[in-house]
Write a protein that binds this ligand. Structure first.
Ligand SMILES: Nc1ncnc2c1ncn2[C@@H]1O[C@H](COP(=O)(O)OP(=O)(O)OP(=O)(O)O)[C@@H](O)[C@H]1O
Ligand SMILES: [Mg+2]
Length: 373
């Protein structure tokens, strides 16, 4: 999987831009605030249909403009054109080979894995942020999961409005039954996919972690479904999830009627990083947390390869500034051989010659890009 070309119109500090990427290493060099991360953001948009950092889509439109166009040529088994149009007043639009698509079908044509200095949120952040991580990573490789997710949240919303009327307007609670069934059905399927993904990603993360931490420590990922309450050794196949869900729903019934919203379901799931069995969020040092996340990101590459048949494009935003020499070396050595990589940096001397050799190097300066020869 590759991105070949990127075209921007009125995107962030780029008025117009036409770029060609190499299938190997692409390095964007420049001082602060010149537009390096903006390039990664545009490439990421083509994969995910949303930004990894903009609070609002309209933040990405050049200040004095009304709309942006981000367009890319990507090669999967064939070459396709992906386009995204952002409007200051109106919904964004997605196109695949000139044909309009809904967001949920745009995602997944072209895949990326992003490494950023902010990645610590995966450990330090809230369960909601970890759920978003799971949902987006799985969505990239599993179209069935994307629609399951949409359906689940629709049911959750309906159920919540009904619960509100039961709690505060004395609506008949029997009407909830049909929503309960759907919540359990869709929710359990969703959770079975999450459990499977975390299991696979956990195995791969452990292997990656061994390579970047001298094999002295053992990394594991643990799914913490909403009903688990810290217990170990629960099996997470569809049927056992469903049984537990039904149980949890029954015991939450009275409280839900009182409070007027859904208290149980995968919208309350979480997962943990464990090193030698201990929660890295609670007991890990900063360095251990960074290493765990690095291992998890590297594992994502292999996970996506195994799910889709090809490696995603790697986006590395300024990560070398956050890593010590040894980890930087190991990361770059692992990455830059077989996979298309897009790197931003303020300092190209951060990279060993075997990374920069044969790489396309782009100088970024105030929304203008020059390829260095
Ligand atoms: N909507 C927008 N319209 C115009 N310019 C914008 C917009 N959003 C951001 N910018 C500009 O883009 C630049 C920041 O770009 P970017 O985040 O890519 O910088 P960077 O090169 O990655 O810097 P750093 O090395 O500090 O990370 C800033 O000059 C900012 O003013
Ligand atoms: Mg940046």
């Amino acid at each position: 999987m590759l991105i070949r070309e990127l075209k921007l119109l009125n995107f962030r500090n780029y008025r117009t831009l036409n770029l060609s990427f190499t299938p190997h290493v692409n390095i964007f060099v420049g001082l602060n605030a010149q537009g390096k991360t903006n390039i990664l953001e545009a490439v990421y948009l083509l994969a995910m249909g949303r930004s990894f950092r903009a609070a609002k889509d309209s933040d990405m439109i050049t200040h004095d403009q009304e709309h942006s166009l981000v367009s890319g040529q990507v090669t999967t088994e064939a070459t396709h054109t992906l386009e995204l149009i952002l409007r200051r007043n109106g919904p964004k639009q997605f196109r695949f080979n000139k044909k309009e698509l809904p967001h949920s079908r745009f995602v997944g044509v072209f895949n990326v894995v992003l490494f950023t200095p902010d990645d610590l949120y995966l450990i330090k952040g809230s369960p909601a942020e970890r759920r978003r991580f799971l949902d987006w990573e799985i969505s990239q490789v599993n179209a069935g999961y994307r629609s399951l997710l949409l359906d689940y949240y629709k049911v959750l919303q309906h159920r919540n409005s009904l619960l509100k009327t039961i709690a505060f307007e004395n609506q008949d609670p029997r009407m909830l039954e049909v929503w309960n069934q759907q919540l359990v059905e869709l929710g359990s399927r969703l959770m079975a996919v999450r459990a499977d993904m975390i299991h696979k990603l956990g195995i791969l993360s452990r292997l990656m972690h061994r390579q970047i931490s001298d094999g002295k420590e053992e990394l594991a990922l643990r799914y913490v479904p909403f009903f688990a309450g810290g217990e170990q050794g629960v099996s997470f196949d569809y049927q056992s999830i469903k049984d537990r869900f039904v149980e949890a729903l029954a015991s939450a019934r009275a409280a839900e009627f009182r409070r007027g919203y859904s208290l149980v379901g995968p919208h309350r799931d979480d997962f943990q990083f464990l090193i030698d069995g201990l929660d890295v969020k609670v007991f890990g040092s900063q360095g251990q947390q960074r290493t765990a996340i690095l291992a998890c990101r590297l594992a994502e590459l292999e996970y996506m390869k195994s799910e889709t048949g090809s490696y995603p494009t790697i986006l590395l935003d300024d990560v070398t500034s956050e890593l010590d020499e040894e980890r930087k070396y190991l990361l770059l050595k692992l990455l830059t051989k077989k996979i298309q990589t897009v790197i931003t940096t303020t300092d190209i001397s951060d990279f060993m010659p075997d990374v920069t050799e044969g790489a396309a190097v782009f100088q970024v300066s105030a929304g203008q890009i020059q390829e260095r020869r």
